[in-house]
Design a protein around this ligand. Structure first.
Ligand code: AMP
Length: 547
C-alpha cells in the first residue's frame, strides 16, 4: 500500500487541539457577554479572559509548572470556570475534587493525584483541617472566599484567590504543547471503596466539546442556540459539569454559576436571569419541581437534560406539564461524560405527548463520533429490536484511556478494545439506547455512588454479623437507597438501629459518606446465592422491592 500520510511543509503550523483554542474566538466575538456568579458577581467574557491570564500567572508565581496538578474544591462559580481554562492552558492538570466523597476518600484522591496546589472554598476548610496531617507533601493553599472577612482556620493559607489575581500578569502567555497533554483528572468511586481517577487530554476535551455541540447546537426541541442562557446544575467537579461549560463558552452563551445547589435559590436564578438551558440528575429536578417557589417561575422556555440516572416517566410528565423541554443524556465519568442524548427525531415531533415522553425518557442516540454497541459476552452485536439486552460498550475520541496509575482496572475497563460501561441496555429500531440494568455492583443515590462492597466490609466488622449483602432499592426521591440484608452468627443478636449506628460512626469518622448509611437493615436466615455461589443481588432486589 502506498503511504498516503500527508506531507508537512516545514513552515506549516500543525494546529494542536488545545483548550486555549476553544477560548480565543468567544473572547473576541462576545466580549460583553455576561457570566454571573449567584448573587455575588457579574463579569463579562472580556473580564474572564483577563482573569484567566492573571490566574495562570498567579499560580506560576506559587510554583505551578507544566505537569503539576492544581486541585479545586469549590461550588459552581465563575472561579471554577476560570480554572477550567487557566490550569490546563498552563500545561498543568486540573483535579476537580469530588467534594461529595467522604473526607477519607478526598484525602486519598488528593494524595493519589499528587496535587501541588489546592484552591479551597471557605466551606471546605473543615475537611482539609481534619485530614491535613496526612496530606503528602504539604500543599500550597489558595482560599476561595465569598465573605468580606477571612475565615478562622488553623490551616496555613498561602494566598486568597482575588489577591492572587490582583498581582497576576493580565498578559501571561499560554504556550503551545502536545494536544495529548493531560488537562483534567476526576475521581469516581465505582465498585470498590477506593476512588479511581479518570483523565482527559486537551484533544479529548476539545473533541467532546465539538462532538456534543454538533448534537445540541441548533433550533427546536432539544437544541440550544446563541440566545440561550446556561445554568449548570450538575457540579463542576463532576466531569467538568458534563463538559457543558466549555460548550457554552464556545457558543458565547450567557452563563450563570449558582454556588451551592439550593432549590429555591436555583429557581430564583432561573427566573431572574431568564435561564433557558440546564442539566441535572433526576433528584435535583424532582426537588425543583417540589419547591413552593416553582409556581412563581416560568419554566416554559427551560430546556433541561437529565442524566446520571434514568429519567422516570412521572418526573418527565411533571416537567412537561410546566412546559419544560426535558430529555435524557447518558454517560459516565470514564466517558468525559456524554455518549447519548434522547432528542426527538423530526418525524417524532408530530407524535402525541405520550409517545414523545417515551423517547425523552429513553437513554438516547449516540452523539456524533460515538460508536456505541450492545453486545453479548463474546462481544457479538445484539439485534436492535428494543428488547434484547446486552452490555453497552463504546468507542469515542474522548474516553479516558485508563484509570490513573491503575493498569489492572484500566485493562478491565478497555478489555477487547472497547470501553465497558458496566451498564446493560437495549437498542430499538430507531437506534435509541435504553439502559435497563447494571452489571456493576454499586448503588447510585442522588447522583452519587455508594459502594455496596465497601458497606458490606464495614457491616462485617460487627461482631454479631456472619454475612451481608447491600443492594440498591428504587427510591422516588433519591433514585436508589442502600438496603442491607444481614445474616447473624449463630446465637448472636443485634438490631437494625445497632447496625445503622455502626455505619453512622464510620460516616462520622469520614470513612463513608453520610448518604451511604442504609435506610433499612433486614435480617434473614440465609442470603440467596447464584449457581456459582455469588450473592444473587438481582433476586434480592426483586424480593425487597415491595418493601
Ligand atoms: P458517573 O460515573 O457517576 O457519571 O455514573 C455513570 C453511570 O450512571 C452510568 O454508567 C450509568 O450506570 C448511570 N447513568 C448515567 N446516565 C444514565 C441514564 N440516563 N440512565 C440510566 N443510567 C444512567
Amino acid at each position: 500500500m502506498t503511504n498516503n500520510i500527508i506531507d508537512k511543509t516545514p513552515s506549516a503550523y500543525a494546529y494542536p487541539l488545545l483548550i486555549k483554542n476553544l477560548l480565543a474566538n468567544p473572547l473576541r466575538q462576545f466580549p460583553n457577554q455576561e457570566i454571573v456568579y449567584g448573587d455575588f458577581k457579574r463579569q463579562t467574557y472580556r473580564e474572564m479572559g483577563e482573569r484567566i491570564h492573571r490566574l495562570a500567572s498567579g499560580l506560576a508565581g506559587l510554583g505551578v509548572k507544566p505537569g503539576d496538578t492544581v486541585a479545586v474544591m469549590d461550588w459552581d462559580s465563575h472561579r471554577y470556570l476560570e480554572c477550567f481554562f487557566a490550569v490546563p492552558m498552563m500545561g498543568a492538570v486540573l483535579h476537580t475534587v469530588n467534594i461529595r466523597l467522604s473526607p477519607e476518600q478526598i484525602l486519598y484522591t488528593i494524595n493519589h493525584a499528587e496535587d501541588d496546589v489546592i484552591l479551597v472554598n471557605t466551606e471546605f476548610l473543615p475537611i482539609l483541617e481534619a485530614i491535613r496531617d496526612r496530606i503528602e507533601p504539604v500543599k500550597k493553599l489558595v482560599l476561595l472566599n465569598d465573605a468580606d472577612q477571612p475565615p478562622a482556620t488553623s490551616l496555613n493559607i498561602d494566598t486568597e484567590y482575588e489577591a492572587l489575581l490582583a498581582t497576576g500578569d493580565p498578559h501571561y502567555p499560554f504556550p503551545d504543547f502536545s494536544e495529548d497533554t493531560r488537562a483534567t483528572t476526576f475521581y469516581t468511586t465505582g465498585t470498590t471503596g477506593l476512588p479511581k481517577g479518570v483523565y482527559f487530554s486537551h484533544r479529548q476535551l476539545v473533541m467532546h466539546t465539538f462532538g456534543v455541540m454538533t448534537a445540541v447546537a441548533g433550533s427546536g426541541q432539544g437544541h440550544i442556540s446563541r440566545d440561550d442562557v446556561y445554568l449548570p446544575i450538575t457540579p463542576m467537579f463532576h466531569v467538568h459539569a458534563w463538559g457543558v461549560p466549555y460548550i457554552a463558552t464556545v457558543m458565547g452563551l450567557k452563563q450563570i454559576y449558582p454556588g451551592r445547589y439550593v432549590p429555591d435559590h436555583l429557581l430564583r436564578l432561573i427566573q431572574r436571569e431568564k435561564v433557558t438551558f440546564s442539566h441535572c440528575v433526576p433528584t435535583i429536578l424532582q426537588m425543583l419541581l417540589a419547591s413552593p417557589v416553582v409556581d412563581e417561575v416560568d419554566l416554559s422556555r427551560w430546556k433541561v437534560v437529565i442524566g446520571g440516572s434514568a429519567l422516570p416517566q412521572t418526573l418527565a410528565q411533571q416537567a412537561r406539564a410546566r412546559g419544560v423541554d426535558v430529555f435524557t443524556a447518558y454517560g459516565m465519568s470514564e466517558t468525559c461524560p456524554i455518549l447519548t442524548l434522547a432528542q426527538l427525531k423530526p418525524h417524532m415531533l408530530d407524535w402525541d405527548e405520550e409517545r414523545q415522553l417515551d423517547i425523552r425518557c429513553k437513554t438516547g442516540l449516540p452523539v456524533p463520533l460515538v460508536e456505541l454497541r450492545v453486545v453479548d459476552e463474546a462481544m457479538n452485536d445484539l439485534p436492535h429490536d428494543g428488547k434484547t439486552p446486552g452490555e453497552v460498550v463504546v468507542r469515542a475520541p474522548w474516553l479516558t484511556q485508563g484509570y490513573l496509575k491503575d493498569p489492572r482496572n484500566s485493562e478491565a475497563l478497555w478489555h477487547g478494545g472497547y470501553l465497558h460501561t458496566g451498564d446493560i441496555g437495549v437498542i430499538d429500531e430507531e437506534g435509541y439506547l435504553k439502559i435497563t440494568d447494571r452489571l456493576k455492583d454499586v448503588i447510585k443515590t442522588g447522583g452519587e455512588w455508594v459502594s455496596s462492597l465497601e458497606l458490606e466490609n464495614l457491616i462485617l466488622k460487627h461482631p454479631a454479623i456472619e454475612e451481608t449483602a447491600v443492594i440498591g432499592m428504587p427510591d422516588p426521591k433519591w433514585g436508589e437507597r442502600p438496603l442491607a440484608v444481614v445474616v447473624l452468627k449463630a446465637g448472636q443478636e443485634t438490631s437494625e438501629a445497632d447496625v445503622k449506628a455502626l455505619l453512622q460512626d464510620f460516616a462520622a469518622k469520614g470513612i463513608i459518606s453520610k448518604y451511604g448509611v442504609p435506610d433499612r437493615v433486614v435480617f434473614v436466615d440465609v442470603l440467596p446465592k447464584t449457581s456459582v455461589g455469588k450473592l444473587d443481588k438481582k433476586l434480592m432486589r426483586e424480593q425487597y422491592k415491595t418493601g
